[in-house]
Design a protein. Structure first.
Length: 369
């Protein structure tokens, strides 16, 4: 009788505990998605890079905040809808078991774990999404169902464990069968969640939160805020504007500017690496230049001086790409030119024309790279 009363008390406290943080994260993800939509769309590479998607090249160049920001980005409406539904279902369960501060720590740390796994095992390409954090929450619940099986109602722990195992199995199988899904992030988040589930104790509903977890929550809120501050100060994607929804000329100019900024950054980075002679970075350089070339080719076309500048920059990048391939193949640089590469002098002249174009025809668009 006493045991049944304790079980009822636990369940009542569990169901009446509010899940403020989970629903706040749900809303924040949607807000970021709306901003990305106003900046050219969440499937636009320039927008994704600008908002902080995981990109090994940028991370290796010191943009370490990209271990945090991808947790809140999504690529397309279906990606957002799937992860939002999963967060809506599993997030409140974890928060009601662990309390708001601990839940926030678990969400951020497992999300970072997923991004880190993607960084190590999928170095090529861009990735983003809350999937690593969501799989991390599944890992936390899986450990909870085993670790606390004698501290909570038996049927609650048993049902939780069986449900999580089935859900994880289905989702990992789907991830393994679809090439576009970053399964490394899923597994990384899951493993991080399992480890944290053993380390961080759950907060029995009705008990006061420990001060240390409130402090840690504040620290990680600051980490997220600082990461998006870095995104804002380094943003070089299309401008955020309602007019972008209508495909206006200004939105098109913004896309072209983002492609030009990216192209200049890729070329200048290639010059720096060639100058140091560190040829181990050549494969990454080729990838970076290739993405910049694709972005320029996909950018809107304009007539007159704008078209001439973008066409010449594209030609410079394509020739630099070929030279990088040559150096990678032969293992040595040529010396029959002035500068670091055959395109150094030409780019120096072109850069002056690009700067003048920004001053006169794209004023207000030049952003920090």
């Amino acid at each position: 009788m006493i045991e049944q009363e304790q079980e009822l008390e636990f369940l009542q406290a569990f169901w009446t505990r509010r899940a403020v943080v989970a629903y706040s994260l749900f809303a924040f993800n949607i807000l970021i998605f709306i901003l990305m939509t106003l900046a050219g769309g969440s499937q636009n590479d320039a927008t994704l890079i600008g908002f902080g998607a995981k990109s090994n090249i940028e991370i290796n160049n010191g943009e370490t905040w990209r271990f945090v920001t991808p947790i809140f980005l999504h690529i397309g409406i279906f990606h957002l809808a799937f992860n939002s539904y999963a967060l809506w279902i599993v997030g409140p369960q974890v928060e009601k078991l662990y309390g708001g501060p601990r839940f926030f720590l678990l969400y951020i740390l497992t999300g970072i774990g997923g991004v880190a796994a993607s960084f190590w095992y999928n170095p090529i390409g861009i990735s983003a999404g809350a999937s690593g954090a969501i799989f991390g929450l599944f890992g936390v619940l899986l450990v909870f169902s085993f670790k606390y099986r004698k501290s909570v109602p038996a049927f609650f722990s048993s049902a939780l464990g069986r449900g999580i195992l089935v859900t994880l199995g289905i989702n990992l199988l789907i991830g393994a069968s679809i090439d576009q899904i970053d399964n490394a992030a899923h597994i990384g988040g899951l493993l991080a969640g399992c480890m944290l589930g053993f380390v961080i104790p759950f907060s029995r509903p009705g008990e006061p939160e420990r001060p240390v977890f409130k402090v840690l929550q504040g620290v990680f809120v600051a980490v997220v805020a600082l990461s998006f501050f870095q995104v804002a100060t380094h943003y070089s994607g299309p401008s955020v504007s309602v007019s972008n929804l209508g495909g206006s000329n200004r939105a098109s100019i913004g896309e072209l500017v983002a492609a030009i900024n990216r192209a200049q950054g890729a070329f200048e980075h290639s010059e720096q690496v060639l100058d140091t002679g560190d040829y181990r970075q050549l494969p990454e350089l080729r990838e970076e230049l290739g993405r910049a070339i694709d972005a320029l080719k996909d950018a809107p076309e304009f007539s007159g001086r704008t078209s001439a500048v973008s066409r010449e920059l594209l030609d410079v990048l394509e020739k630099q790409y070929s030279y990088i391939e040559e150096v990678e193949r032969t293992g040595r640089a040529r010396t029959d030119f002035i500068g670091v590469s055959p395109q150094s002098s030409r780019y120096g002249r072109l850069k002056a024309r690009i700067d003048d174009w920004f001053r006169n025809e794209a004023r207000g668009y030049r952003n920090v790279r």
